[in-house]
Design a protein around this ligand. Structure first.
Ligand code: FRU
Length: 444
């Protein structure tokens, strides 16, 4: 891993702090110069092995959690320390959902967050929509996280687009709302006494690209998936998120530190369009108890010239170490490097800085070659259980780009839209290994 030019970063940091503070954006915190790039050299080592390849899932045999909705990205209600919360004997999960008669590829355009609850952490009862009608920001809501403390739930989510917009936009803002949680025999689990929904983070155009910058020739844009984290070493609280490295494509280029060692660079070609791949894992530090104010910090990891989307970043701590996980797709790798749809991870002794790819190449879980899109959106629980959703399966050799051209019935038949079999991984120092397949939707 390469640490960026510290002096340059500090100057940028100071300048950015001035600009940002005067523009009424969140102020920048310490840590400039600590971002590490997942290099092309490291990514070129990606290999599917017995330790990182999930078993084949027979998608056709997995029963949907609810016949009425497609269910995809899912997260549990957690305690402040990251452990899974149990409220009066119930575990609660939150999922992106859309009516199951919507074509699977269209679901992102109308995503809504619903909740489910369960006594055994495996059989999930649908509770309903989380937010009171019309209160959530955005024309749709994308992934987030939820933390409960003393009966008050803090919801973090992505507000995508604007409510009532005529044309679907891809603006993404990170939002927080809170509510009391109640459990009753009559109504099951309900949320009441809602706060306002408050935008807590938007890209500032220094470390994180704004949509306007991204629209000047980039492939896609991301500023989403807020994930709450309390650092057990310091008690400080953070939001991690998926972003893109700052700048327009005209301002960016592939630098040696994005590519790798001198030896590797001597024999490695970097196609020009690789610079359009600028996925990043962002972080911001909470500055008030309400978790409504944050200082934006330089990214933990960037994948400049390597990968376009580092989705749903989250951390598991073990021993003295921070394990940083993220999801990406095979079609998000830059030309000249390749990897499967999978869960990738990095390890460091400090929350900020020093991240090295787990297992040398970063690959933790991949779909099996014969079913390359069977699951997605993996999330690692503190005990090593990994949850994900059943995505497109048994595609008979078709790629993800072919799906939209198939008859509608075929698209519905080959999409899961429910939680996939969970997996258990072991984590030892800088190595991980899939050790077990569990039942679908297991959060334990
Ligand atoms: C990953 C993802 C998330 C986003 C959601 C939108 O599956 O791309 O990053 O919040 O899907 O549906």
């Amino acid at each position: 891993m390469f640490i960026r030019n510290r002096k340059k970063a500090l100057t940028t940091f100071a300048l950015a702090a001035t600009l940002v503070a005067s523009a009424n954006f969140p102020t920048l915190a310490e840590g400039a110069g600590t971002t590490v790039n997942w290099t092309r050299e490291q990514a070129s080592k990606i290999q599917q092995t017995a330790d990182n390849t999930a078993p084949y899932f027979n998608g056709g045999e997995i029963e949907k959690m609810t016949p009425d909705y497609h269910v995809w990205d899912t997260w549990p209600l957690r305690n402040r320390d990251g452990s899974i919360a149990v409220i009066n004997g119930y575990k609660i999960i939150f999922s992106l959902t859309a009516p199951s008669n919507i074509l699977p590829g269209k679901r992102h355009d109308i995503a809504e967050i619903r909740y489910f609850y369960s006594k055994n952490g495996q059989d999930w009862e649908l509770g309903g929509t989380v937010f009171p009608e019309g209160e959530a920001l955005g024309s749709r809501q994308w992934a987030g996280s939820a933390m409960v403390d003393n009966g008050k739930v803090n919801f973090f989510y992505t507000a995508t687009g604007r409510k009532g917009e005529e044309h679907l936009s891809y603006e993404q803002r990170l939002v927080k709302a809170s509510a009391d949680i109640e459990v009753s025999k009559k109504d099951g689990i309900t949320f009441s006494n809602w706060s306002d929904h408050k935008v807590i983070l938007e890209p500032e155009g220094k470390y994180y690209q704004t949509m306007e910058e991204g629209m000047q020739g980039d492939i896609a844009y991301a500023f989403r998936d807020p994930w709450f984290f309390e650092d057990p070493k310091t008690g400080e609280e953070y939001i991690l998120f998926e972003g893109n490295s700052n700048g327009t494509p005209a301002e960016r280029m592939c630098e040696p530190e994005h590519i790798g060692s001198e030896e590797f660079r001597a024999n490695h070609e970097v196609p020009e369009v690789s610079k359009l791949h600028n996925g990043s894992i962002g972080i911001a530090k909470a500055t008030n108890d309400d978790l409504t104010e944050f200082e934006i910090m330089p990214p933990l990891v960037e994948a400049n010239c390597v990968n376009q989307e580092l989705e749903r970043p989250h951390i598991v701590t073990k021993g003295n170490k921070y394990y940083l996980f993220t999801d990406t797709h095979l079609n998000k790798f830059a030309p000249g490097v390749s990897g499967p749809d999978g869960l990738f991870g990095f390890v460091s002794d400090t929350l900020v800085g020093g991240y090295e790819p787990l297992n040398g190449d970063g690959l933790v879980i991949s779909n099996p070659k014969e079913n390359p899109y069977q699951a997605y959106s993996w999330m690692v629980m503190p005990n090593g259980t990994v949850v994900s959703f059943l995505n497109f399966f048994d595609l008979e050799g078709k790629t993800i780009n072919d799906i939209g051209h198939q008859p509608h019935e075929w698209q519905f038949e080959h999409f899961g839209g429910t939680l996939a079999p969970s997996l258990k991984i072991s984590i030892n120092q800088d190595k991980t290994k899939i050790v077990k397949e569990l039942e679908p939707g297991v959060f334990k």
